[in-house]
Design a protein around this ligand. Sequence first.
Ligand code: GRF
Length: 192
Amino acid sequence: MLKLAVLVSGGGSNLQAIIDEIENKNLDAEIISVISSNKNAFALQRCEKHNINTNIINPKEPDFENKLILYLSEIQPDLIVLAGFMLILSEKFVHAFNGKIINIHPSLIPSFCGKGFYGLKVHEAALEHGVKITGATVHYVDEGTDTGKIILQKAVNVLDGDTPEILQKRVMKEAEWVIYPQAIAMIARGEA
Ligand code: GRF
């Protein structure tokens, strides 16, 4: 069974999708810890409800990344899942867990990704550009921003009248919550 450490900063709806698929027995994995960079993240309430171990890190502390590396080295997850984690991790972190970190990005990489493309900004850029199709991408994390090997992608239609908020919600519902658990299942089966 794949042991997961999930890193969050906010709502945790992707975390919830993973929890649901584990509980529905569609995903042979166990969440051994959820680590939040924000003590008020709603994701933490989801963990309480599902009895999942949590840990809070404070990114304002100078040594926070070393502490995070130390903690993850102690609990030894098979996979580190970034699920709305709002911090960019250093090369040191990536090298410490090489090939074991995945992320979800709310666009079809290589569109609307890289530095500065996070949260609503991604959907604002897609609407500004006038694309008719967007989507989400699950990828391995390497030293770059959104540059690691792609595991899964799913397309989502952009509709007339979409606002960034409406589009964000559709991308989450139709793509992110579907492909993140699927990608983890692929890794669990040794297919990615
Ligand atoms: C998602 O849109 C994800 O693609 C991005 O951050 C958002 C996190 O949402 N990386 P949630 O915390 O999983 O609800």
